[in-house]
Design a protein around this ligand. Sequence first.
Ligand code: NDP
Ligand code: 2IT
Length: 449
Amino acid sequence: MYFMNSYCNEVLKTVESKYPWEKEFIQAVNEVFLSLGALIEMEPVYREEKILDRIVEPERTYIFRVPWRDDKGNIQVNTGYRIGFNSTLGPYKGGLRFHPSVTLSIFKFLGFEQTFKNALTGLPLGGGKGGSDFNPKGRSNNEIENFCQSFMTSLYNHIGPNTDVPAGDIGVGAREIGYLFGQYKRLKNVFEGVLTGKGLDWGGSLMRPEATGFGATYFAEEMLKTRGENIDGKIVTVSGFGNVAWGVVTKVTDLGGKVVTLSGPDGFIHDKEGISGEKIDYMLKMRVSSRDRVQDYAEKFKVDFYPDKRPWGVKCDIAFPSATENEMDENDAKELISNGCRCVTECANMPATQKAMDLLLESKILYSPGKASNAAGVACSGLEMAQNSTKMKWTREEVDKRLRQIMTDIHINCLQAVERYGARGNYFAGANIAGFIKVANAMLDQGNT
Ligand code: NDP
Ligand code: 2IT
């Protein structure tokens, strides 16, 4: 089930020799290709039509200078990126990340993953990603606004509701989307749904902020159901303390689970009583006031803080990695498994290293890849686009119902795909196969593009 067939291997080797420095991108391609072995052998047309050669190359990559003026009057220069990875199923769609660690490799891995994730949602969305090495930490509102306006001044001609629709990701939330949208509107002289994650009064969808975390929790519920279990009464560990982590903590708590950890670049906190009520509200405030310090939570609520450590050594039933890529390594995976963890639901994109992933897959615990379990964020963005194009606004209940259905469908599709082309019960292979088939078959339909 899990093997690299010769065509996958050839294309992977080409990527490795063409872009040897793109570690994250190579990791993402490797992970997807490992799942496709049986499918590619059964369907020779993918090889004949060079689908893999085409699918690993972004359709377009735009890299640009972002000059802006800081509060001291000095000029600052950052680099902006927007990758249109694949537009077979719809306009490019995917978030913008503002974080100093970004590289072209990171955006390529994110755009590649996004292509299959968006296909899994069943909505008409292509895959894209972008952002900047701009560091929002410690910047004033004025500086964020200046930066966003400059970023959009370079980008606005390349995006549009039927071309490319960016959204948020790490470091980009409602405030940044507002500044980006305002500048787009001014430059293009048109009010249209070019970004998602907009404010509720000017085209945003209800549920968008909580969608990713809620959807991941629904996905975890579906996985647990296959083993006659649910979230009620479970001990849950979460990493990160951003938008996605907040959504997970809120929904898990709602369903009777007890979340006991959060993490930041400074370390993690262990709150044995569980993170609920005012503590969840505090998470939102903490994001704005002290972006890089989860220690503030520990001081306020008098709980244990572990500097420079990750939360995966804390005993739990379910883990939701919700910070960033490669935040869980093989030692973390070993600890989770030996402590009896029964379910790992990826919320971040590619949070596990290749070795951690191999161990989790071997262990047979329930384990879902981000492209399946975090798909509700972009799915809600797709619903926002639908509302914008019909100039309608759906109720919270309506959006939530659709999101729940989308996550249930993704869960079933993963299981069915893996039953047909691989071994039973491996959500990784299932998500990769189901997402790939959709994109690849549409590429065949659309000819050599
Ligand atoms: P936020 O910016 O709201 O939060 C990100 C969290 O991860 C913060 O706690 C951040 O701390 C931490 N973090 C970021 N980079 C690093 C790093 N290099 N090392 C350690 N910690 C880091 O982002 P989101 O919650 O939106 O995103 C979290 C994850 O979920 C990402 O992988 C993202 O791609 C993924 N995702 C997001 C979706 C969305 O709709 N927002 C949808 C699907 C997936 P700090 O800011 O202090 O560095
Ligand atoms: O990784 C992701 O799916 C996102 N950051 C959300 C993308 C979107 O277009 O809503």
